[in-house]
Design a protein around this ligand. Structure first.
Ligand code: HPA
Length: 246
């Protein structure tokens, strides 16, 4: 039985090389997950794959049902999650095509349901979130990346924004002063919900563009799509290697 799940983001709605064994739409108390969960084998290893934005990429970051997705994965026995996400690079070393395995998060999202412990009639629980990502899963991604000779940045702070629009230059400058090294729209509340359900979770951030004000000119969708094509190829290799270790 699979205990490792990959949550695929923009540019990774399906996992090449995944031998599909089954699909299941899981009912949850929080509504429907983004799409049916895929059971499969990656290099003969059992894994589960969930496309965060749906298989046809129709669900924007602020409309993803993060609670349903995470609850669904836990309900089928998943213990470890590799969450893939396209990000913008804020710090200089986070260039397009590089892979960042962040170790911290700052949450700038608003109005998203960010807990399973919502009070009455349920219990109140305050989970520790000092270290938002699981070190073992992070390590697997980092080791896999270095074995491949990929451009992997082993630490960083993921700034999670509400979207769906990209940020202003002032916002990115503020995030930089806050210590953010990358920016994305899906890192939260996904990470904290996984923590609340005691699942080991790490992010594989794929830098697909320079964040606002950090590149030449404004950000175009062509630039982002090019970045996705470049970065997701590397990400696939990194994920495959990490799954072997996990
Ligand atoms: N900002 C926010 N989210 C993103 C970006 C960005 O520049 N690029 C990819 N996801």
């Amino acid at each position: 039985m699979a205990t490792v799940a990959i949550i695929g983001g923009t540019g990774l709605a399906r996992m090449e090389g995944l031998e599909i064994k089954g699909r299941e739409m899981i009912k949850t108390p929080y509504g429907a997950p983004s799409c049916p969960i895929i059971y499969g084998e990656l290099n003969k290893l059992p894994i589960v794959f969930l496309a965060r934005h749906g298989h046809t990429h129709k669900i924007p970051p602020h409309r993803v049902n993060y609670c349903a997705n995470i609850w669904a994965l836990q309900s089928i026995g998943i213990k470890k999650i590799i969450a893939v996400g396209a990000v913008g690079g804020i710090s200089e070393e986070c260039t397009t095509g590089s892979i960042v395995i962040p170790d911290q998060i700052i949450d700038y999202t608003t109005g998203r349901v960010n807990t399973f412990y919502d009070g009455m009639p349920d219990e109140v629980r305050h989970v520790d979130f000092s270290y938002p990502y699981d070190e073992h899963v992070r390590d697997a991604l980092i080791k896999s990346g270095s074995a491949l000779g990929a451009d992997v940045i082993t630490h960083g702070t993921y700034g999670a924004t509400q979207g769906p629009h990209l940020e202003t230059i002032a916002e990115i400058n503020r995030m930089e002063r806050d210590g953010c090294t990358i920016v994305g729209m899906t890192g939260m509340p996904e990470a904290v919900l996984a923590r609340e359900l005691d699942m080991a979770y790490a992010c594989c951030g794929v830098v697909v563009n320079a964040a606002a004000g950090k590149g030449a000119g404004v950000i175009s969708m062509e630039e982002i799509n090019d970045g996705i094509d470049r970065g997701m190829k590397t990400a696939r290799g990194v994920i495959e290697g990490a799954v072997k270790v996990l």
